[in-house]
Design a protein around this ligand. Structure first.
Ligand code: ATP
Length: 253
């Protein structure tokens, strides 16, 4: 079964064709990657899927619903969460508070409850703290819960971002360059984390420049070049596709 279907997706910025007639499907429970040289349209694709950018044309069907014209908060409620290329944390807040902020967007008895400290509000707060700790444990940051986010190493901050995305209880997790700027040890930890996301039933779609990471964990790869999808396939097929080699991998090889 397919969780996400991108159909003839097109996005033009004035005369720039960031995406041109891009179509692919994401299987439920899969780990899939989007690759391509700089300016290929990868981030624009993520922005379209999460509602930050409205497509010029095309459909984005998630769990049988076309989300292409929906607002970002509504798409998030349907179960799509993402991380960004540039880390976006509340640096002054603790690690736990960073996850709680994401969780609070879902809680029900906010304003009234927080003024009058209703029983429901207090029990929701306790439950939220417990859940936040579970997400931190999942990404291996439980012992840093009370530390300031800014005190974390770069790799830890990226894992905290994943914990924050998980707080939205997504079905589909979009990771924008999850290993960018990481050392080999940090990269290995993220690879494990992505596999763990899959093991608990999440579907993962990620943008990545590190071909070792892409080839190691992707079940399926979509290749963009100048906004056009030039190939899709398994790591083996992608690695051996002359169009891909010419457009992108050629430099690596
Ligand atoms: P990178 O690997 O460098 O992050 P990318 O594959 O994510 O690149 P995009 O950032 O999606 O590529 O950009 C695709 C094209 O669309 C580029 O030519 C870019 O300059 C252009 N573009 C992206 N966003 C905008 C925007 N808001 N306004 C105008 N042009 C844009």
């Amino acid at each position: 079964m397919y969780l996400l279907e991108v159909r003839s997706l097109t996005k033009h910025f004035g005369g720039i064709r960031a995406l041109e007639d891009v179509s692919f499907k994401v299987k439920e429970g899969a780990i899939m990657s989007i690759i391509g040289p700089n300016g290929a349209g990868k981030t624009t694709l993520f922005n379209c899927i999460t509602g930050i950018t409205k497509p010029t044309k095309g459909k984005i069907v998630f769990s049988n619903i076309d989300i292409a014209s929906m607002q970002p908060h509504k798409i998030a409620r349907y179960g799509i969460y993402r991380t960004f290329q540039n880390i976006r944390l509340f640096r002054d807040m603790t690690v736990l508070e960073n996850v709680l902020v994401s969780l609070h967007n879902q809680l029900k008895s906010r304003i009234f409850g927080s003024i009058f400290r209703t029983a429901r509000f207090i029990s929701e707060e306790n439950e939220a703290a417990q859940r936040a700790m579970e997400y931190l444990e999942f990404v291996g940051l439980q012992s840093a819960a009370e530390s300031k986010a800014e005190s974390l190493s770069y790799g830890e901050q990226r894992r905290l971002e994943i914990a924050r995305a998980m707080a939205g209880e997504p079905h589909l997790v979009l990771l924008d360059e999850p290993t960018a700027g990481m050392n080999p040890q940090e990269t290995a930890e993220v690879i494990e984390l992505i596999k763990r996301l899959q093991s608990i039933g999440k579907t993962v779609l990620f943008i990545e420049h590190d071909m070792n990471v892409v080839m190691e964990i992707s079940e399926w790869i979509v290749v963009l070049d100048h906004g056009v999808m030039i190939a899709e396939g398994t790591p083996y097929e992608t690695r051996n596709n002359p169009l891909v080699i010419e457009a992108y991998l050629g430099k690596e090889i």
